[in-house]
Structure formats: C-alpha cells, structure tokens
Design a protein around this ligand. Structure first.
Ligand code: DX5
Ligand code: ZN
Length: 224
C-alpha cells in the first residue's frame, strides 16, 4: 500500500506572534498536514505549546489534519485534552509512557490516529507487538527539543528498516521523518521509504513557503 507524500511543516519554527496566519499561509502554499511539537521542559529541554493552542488553531478555521508530536512525560494525562482540542494524529515517544499499548489504545479511544516516535538512539523493538495499533511511525533524525538541527544520516538506514516492517505487516501505517529535512536531502529520505516529511526551519526560514514546498515536491518526484 502506497500513501501519498505529505509535507508537514513544523510550526515550532513559525512566528508564534501570528500563528494562525502562518498556518493559513503554509497550507495555502501546499502543505498537507500541520506538525505540532509539544515539549514539556522535562522529557526534552524546551517548553512549547499545549492543547489551548491546538484548539485556537481549530477555532481560527484550520481544517487540515493536525499532527501532534508529544515530547512529554507522562503522556496519558494530556491525550484526551489534545483529542478535545482537535488533534488528528497523536504520536508519543515510548520512553514517555510506561504502558505503550495502553497509551496507543487510549489515543484511538479518544478518536485520534496514533503513532510511536523513535529518537535516533531508540531501538525499533518497541514496534514488535503493536503494529496493529499504529497509524504512524515517526523517526527522529535529530535529538528532539529544538528546530534547526542537522539531519543525522543514520536515520536513512532506520527508515529502510521500518519501511520493510510496515510493508511486511500489511497495515496502512504512515512513515514520518522529523528533523533537519530540507530540499537537498528530501529525495534521499523519500527513497529510504518515508511518506510524511516534517520540516520546520527549512520552510518557515524562507520568505516564500510555496517556493520551498514546490522545490521539495520536485526533489521527491526525481526519485519516483
Ligand atoms: C524537534 C521537533 C521538530 C522540529 C524540526 O524536536 O520535533 O519537529 O521542529 O525542525 P527542523 O525541521 O528545523 O529540524
Ligand atoms: Zn516534531
């Protein structure tokens, strides 16, 4: 099963003083899904945004899927709040939850799509018994906490490994990559098996969002 390629701008690099407008503009420029980074100054050394901001984007009129990437610990307490706030996908790190299977089920019971996130050093064995509960697998290609870091090339081999696991499983699971993605490396990342591409600084750091999103799509088209 082949999913269409989704570009997921990370609003971590947007101008928070005019977030609604930024999200409107990046969607108008051709983005598919809004990547929403939640950091708690505990699981990662940074503090960002919570359910109130997600709800505010929905009230502002954002209808695109919102992809909530939880870099928090614990996870379960905040899941229903994000579901009520309009999250579409909720992904979390296995290190943040004592009971991974239960958290995945909780996300689904709340009506959202569920995913697991792997830090560069986190083994894929966490996937072994939960493939049937996953809508998304997110591989970090930087250590989480900040935008603007460089892509770690070890993520390419890991992507190929997860792509094989997904294909062998027969489930329809998106394979997302997050960290250091830009126009120069997105082709290789796609070739390694990703279908959902988070990009923060590469998009919001440019004056013309459509130009960079078009460039990313053109680079992906080159690898088929
Ligand atoms: C990092 C976040 C990323 C971040 C990516 O912890 O999960 O989503 O915003 O930013 P770039 O694309 O600038 O590496
Ligand atoms: Zn993220």
């Amino acid at each position: 099963m082949k999913n269409e390629n989704w570009i997921a701008p990370s609003i971590l690099s947007a101008n928070f003083a005019k977030l609604g407008e930024e999200v409107d503009n990046v969607l108008k420029a051709g983005a598919d899904i809004v990547h929403f980074d939640v950091m708690d100054n505990h699981f990662v050394p940074n503090l960002t945004i919570g359910p109130l901001v997600c709800e505010a984007l929905r009230k502002h009129g954002v209808t695109a899927p919102i992809d909530v990437h939880l870099m928090v610990e614990p996870v379960d307490r905040i899941v229903p709040d994000f579901a009520k706030a309009g999250a579409s996908y909720i992904t979390f790190h296995p290190e943040g939850s004592v009971h991974i299977d239960r958290t995945l089920q909780l996300i689904k019971d709340c009506g959202c799509k569920a995913g697991l996130v792997f830090n560069p050093g986190t083994p894929l064995s966490h996937l072994d018994y939960v493939m049937d509960k996953l809508d998304m697998i997110l591989l970090m290609s930087v250590n989480p906490g900040f935008g603007g870091q460089s892509f770690l090339p070890s993520a390419l081999g890991k992507l190929r490994e997860v792509r094989k696991r997904i294909d062998d499983s027969g489930f329809n699971i998106r394979l997302e990559i997050d960290g250091g993605v830009n126009g120069a490396n997105i082709g290789a990342i796609k070739a390694a098996g990703a279908d959902t591409f988070v990009a923060g600084s590469a998009i919001f750091g440019k004056p013309d969002y459509k130009a960079i999103i078009d460039e990313m799509r053109a680079e992906m088209a080159k690898v088929g």
